[in-house]
Every structure is written in C-alpha cells, then in structure tokens.
Design a binder for this molecule. Sequence first.
Ligand SMILES: Cc1ncc(COP(=O)(O)O)c(C=O)c1O
Length: 468
Amino acid sequence: MTKLYDALIEYGKSDYVPFHMPGHKRALMEFENPYSFDITEIDGFDNLHHAEGIIKEAEKHAALVCQSDETHFLVNGSSCGILSAIFSATKQGGELIMARNCHKTVYHAAELRELKTHYLYPEMLPEGILGSITVEMVEASIEKHPEASALILTSPTYDGVVSDVREIVKAAHAKGVTVIIDEAHGAHFLKESGFPKSAIRCGADVVIQSTHKTLPALTQTALIHINKDYKYKAKVRKYLTMFQTTSPSYVLMASIDSAMHWYVEEGREAYKKYLARLGKLRAAFKTGLKNLQLLEPENVFDYDISKVLISTKNSNISGEELHKQLVQKYHIQSEMVSAHYVLFMTSVADTDEYYRRFLDALLEIDEALQKSPMKFAEDDEMGRPKALMRICEAVEKPKKSLPLLESMGETSASYVYIYPPGIPLLTPGEKISERCVRQLQFYLEEGLEVYGLTKEREIEIVWVEFFT
Ligand SMILES: Cc1ncc(COP(=O)(O)O)c(C=O)c1O
C-alpha cells in the first residue's frame, strides 16, 4: 500500500505544472520542517480563540495589508468563516437572500440555521458562464422578501466574475440588510496588486477570503474581515470559536502571516511582473488558438484575469477530453473541468516555464482539432429548480433512491453537485425537473463526476408514502 506521504513527496518532485490551487504552486514560500514548530497554545504563543499577543498582532497586520477594520485568521478554510458570518446575520429559522451560484457551504449554513432561502439568479452569458449579480436583482429581492435579514453572494466567482459590491451594499444597507461577500477566490484583490477592488473596500459587512486559493499560503488557510460598522461583530467572533477547531494549527497560522509579510516585502513587485506575463499569455491564446478559445466575458461588472478559461465549445472535443490530454501527454494539471471549458488557475507563483509549457501544449492540441458545432443546446444549465420546502425540512424526511429517469417530478433529498466548483445543481427540497435530469445525464455522459448520486447513479428523493 502506498503511503500518502510518499505519494505526495513523489508528486512534489514531478514535473506536473500546477494550474490549480493552492496559490503558492508548491514553490514560492520557504518553510522549515513543519514538525519543528507545530505547537499548541504554550506560553508566549497566544490563543487564536482569545488572541491578545502574537496572533493578535499578526491579525492586525493582516487587517492593515487587506485594508480591513478587523481581520481573523481561519484555519478551517473560508467554509468556517461563511458559516460564522451567516449565523451572525440571521436568526434560527430566518430568511436569507443568496446567489444561486453560491458554494455549498452557504447551503450548509442555510440547512443548519433552518433558513428560508431566496435566490438571485445570475444571467447565463453568451460565453457559457454565469454573470454578475446586479443591483437591480438585489433591490427586487429585498423588496419581495422584507423578512430577509442578510444577503450573500460570491464575488469573484470560481470563473472570475466580479459583481458591483459597492452599489449592492448601498442598496442593501438602505433596507437594513447585512451584506456578506464570499470572496474565497479574491484574496489577491489587494491594494496595488492590479486586480479588482476587494469587497472589503466596498463597504460589505463581512468578507471571507481563502488565502490558500490565490495567495502563497497553505491549504485550509483563510481570512475573515469584519466591517467596524457591522452591528453583529461580536456574534461573528462567537461563531468562529464554534465553527473552528479548538486546536488551530500554528503551521497554518504562520503560513497566513508569512503570506501577508511576503506581500508587503516583495508582493507588489511580484504582482507587476505576474500581470505583465499573464497579459502576454492571454494575448498569445487570443491570437494563436483557432478551435479552442480563451473566454473573456464582456457583460460583467469586472473580471479577474488570473482565471484562464479555455472553451472547447466550437471544437470537436469536450472539456474533459482537453483536461485528459493535458494531464496525460503534457503533465499540465487544471483546476476545474466543465462540459465545455477547462479552468486554469494562475497565480503570482507561476514560472515562465509553466506558461511556456501551457502555451505550447494548447497550441499543439488546438492544431490537431477541428471546428465543430456545439454538442449541446444553449440550455446547458439546470434551469431554476423550484424549492418545494426548506433544505432543513427535506433532509429530515424519509428518503428513497430512484434511477435518474424515474425521479422526474420528485423532490430531491440530497445535494447534487460537481466538485469543483461545489455549487449545488440541486439542493434538498428542490423539484427534479425533466431539464435537471437531462442535464445530469449529459454531465455523466461527458465523463464529469457528479457527486450526491448513489454508486448506481440513483438519486435520493423525499419519499412520502400514501396509504389508501
Ligand atoms: C466560492 C467558494 N466559496 C467558498 C469555498 C470554501 O472555501 P474553503 O475550501 O477555503 O473552505 C470555496 C471552495 O472552493 C469556493 O469556491
């Protein structure tokens, strides 16, 4: 049996090019043997849950770097920050406005808090990715759901789409609604980085960022930023102590702190070089690719160009086939595969060599392809599944597994999603329409891993037996 440690060491020495998270790309930062400083809360080393010393100082420094009023280190990823933020802003059994393309953690918060969810549906863009959430959508939803106490959306999205957080905050605050921004993919939206402005600087009440995704920090590390004017600051702190481990890793906390110091000492310069190289790479894809295509969404508020999305839509291969060729022949590993595009995460830690190999590989693959009309209709999405009950109600009901085709018209009892990105295609309590079934079958045929189905590819439904 191969030991995980041995497999990781071997992989670390391999020539695989990492266009995926974490943002350090297994290279940028230096660290001693982690065992040599893996400690617990001993004298002189403070306590994450009651920070008053060295951890407090490090968090204050991070707040300064991120231009935040109050920042806390997270060692359980953005997930625990999102749970804490939503719990702070809602009552048990309350109501939440949320973008339908939120990460599953938001749905988990809704389940645990027994919330009634009201969805904002971003538009499907001609490029085949979801667009920004608009102020108009937010205003209309707040008007329709006056009982909702909070709003959460993802900006930037996994694909890099940014929403107009400043205007959204103005509209929500005018009605007393708390704004939480899942900026898990935007930890690099730092001052002078050249990337879009962070939601922290747009007045959001709580902003959560995964440092591990786009900055040179270890996996699981993240930050939560709290606005000084947020009335439930104390509640966020309270829930953080509940949703985070009581044994926070000093190795992880040191990694967040190191990334912050790195940004101050070397980051701005490094980001300038990174943006220049990235610009050249994107330009080379734009001019060089004939069948594949670099996606550059136009009708969005702002866009994070660190995400390189290569569409296979007009070629004779699928996203999965492109991904496989890149891994098997060129040792290039992407972050995410969809039916019609592949997402590559670039970061400040990428080398010239990575970009050269990426460009050469894509141009070579592209050369061998042919133009081909799209294999699927423009409705390559799930539509808007109708919520028949709250998530928390559905998960408590009796369940039964059914083959996909027989499940039409039933109510889903599980979360069905592709990971990454981890956005539920169906949540417990939503009606399984014909369109959902067709789309899930399409994903399975395209070779995508659909989670939430049984091994036999059945789906769990809410089961109500009628006795006559
Ligand atoms: C948009 C979004 N939010 C939240 C999360 C959860 O972040 P973490 O893995 O740091 O807990 C993810 C993870 O991929 C994500 O993509």
